[in-house]
Design a protein around this ligand. Structure first.
Ligand code: 9D3
Length: 264
C-alpha cells in the first residue's frame, strides 16, 4: 500500500521511517511512502507557496497552483507505479485540518485495508478553499487542540496504519487486545518483580489472580478491569459496546454491581 505526502517539511518524516515497527513495515515493502516537498512545485525566484488572505486578516494561506502541480505529479507517479486507479479503488486525498472528522480506529482500519492515500499537510492558516473543493475527499483532525500544521497528524495516521499491516506486529494477538479493537479500554498490565518495594518500606504486589494460573479467572479479572475502567472514564464506549451487542449478560451484571451512574 502506498502513501504520498505533500508537505513543506518532508524532513519531519525521517524518524518514522527509521525506527521500530513502522520502519519494519517499509523495509518489508508492506508500505511505501513517497514525500512530495511542496516547495519543489513553487514558481519564481522566491518559490512562494503562501500568500495573504483575500478580505484581510492575520496569517497566510497556502496557494492553490503549487498544490495542483504537486497533486498532478502524485497522480502521474501513482499511475506509473500501476497503483489502483479504477473506480472505487482510487486512493483518497486526505487533508489534515482542525475542522476535519476526528481520526479513530475505524478510519485507520478502513485505510489499512485500502490502496493507501494521498496525505496533504497544511501549514499557516490553511489552504485555499478552491483546492479543497476541487480535490479533497476527506478532512481529518486529531482532536480539539491546536497544532502548527498537518505533518504530525499525517505521522500519527501512518503509524496507526503501519502497525495494522499483516506481520508488522510481533504478536498478531496484540491487535485483538488493543483498546478500541474490542471497543473497551485495556486492562492494567504487570510484570516482574512480583513485589515492588515502596519508599515507605512497604511493597506493591501484583494482583494475586494473575499469579494463580487459572486462565479462566485471569480472563474474567481482565475483562472486569476493562469494563470498570471504561465505565468510569469512557461511559460513551460502554454505551457503544452495549448497542453493538458486545456485552455479555455477565458483563452487564458486573457493570450493574459497580453502581456507576450512566453519564452520556
Ligand atoms: C490560529 C489559527 N487557528 C484559528 C483558531 C486556525 C488553525 C489553522 C491551522 C489552527 C491550527 C492550524 C494547524 N493545524 C493543523 O493543520 C491540524 C490540526 C490541529 O491543529 N489540531 C488537530 N488536528 C489537526 S489536523 C491538522
Amino acid at each position: 500500500m502506498r502513501f504520498d505526502v505533500i508537505t513543506l517539511f518532508p524532513e519531519l518524516f525521517a524518524p518514522h521511517l527509521e525506527v521500530g515497527v513502522t520502519r519494519r513495515a517499509y523495509v518489508d515493502g508492506k508500505l511505501q511512502l513517497q514525500l512530495w516537498p511542496l516547495r519543489d512545485f513553487a514558481e519564481g525566484n522566491y518559490r512562494r507557496v503562501d500568500d495573504r488572505p483575500f478580505g484581510g486578516g492575520p496569517g497566510m494561506v497556502m496557494m492553490a497552483p503549487p498544490l495542483e502541480r504537486a497533486l498532478d505529479a502524485v497522480h502521474a507517479a501513482r499511475v506509473q507505479a500501476g497503483e489502483g486507479t479504477g473506480a472505487g479503488h482510487r486512493a483518497p486525498l486526505i487533508h489534515f485540518s482542525p475542522t476535519g472528522r476526528r481520526l479513530d480506529q475505524a478510519l485507520v482500519r478502513e485505510l489499512a485495508a485500502g490502496p493507501g492515500a494521498v496525505l496533504l499537510c497544511g501549514r499557516y492558516e490553511g489552504i485555499d478553499q478552491r483546492f479543497i473543493d476541487r480535490h479533497v475527499d476527506m478532512e481529518v483532525s486529531l482532536g480539539d487542540f491546536v497544532l502548527s500544521g498537518g505533518e504530525l497528524p499525517a505521522l500519527v495516521l501512518l503509524d496507526a496504519v503501519a502497525r495494522l499491516q499483516p506481520g508488522v506486529l510481533q504478536d498478531a494477538a496484540s491487535h485483538q487486545q488493543d483498546s478500541f479493537e474490542d471497543g473497551l479500554l485495556d486492562c492494567p498490565h504487570y510484570s516482574r518483580p512480583e513485589q515492588l518495594p515502596r519508599a515507605d518500606g512497604g511493597v506493591d504486589a501484583v494482583p494475586q489472580v494473575l499469579l494463580s494460573g487459572h486462565h479462566g479467572r485471569i480472563a474474567r479479572w481482565r475483562r472486569e478491569r476493562s469494563l470498570e475502567l471504561t465505565a468510569r472514564r469512557r461511559p460513551d464506549l460502554i454505551a457503544a459496546a452495549r448497542a453493538a451487542g458486545r456485552l455479555s449478560r455477565e458483563d452487564e451484571r458486573f457493570l450493574q454491581a459497580l453502581d456507576i451512574e450512566p453519564k452520556p
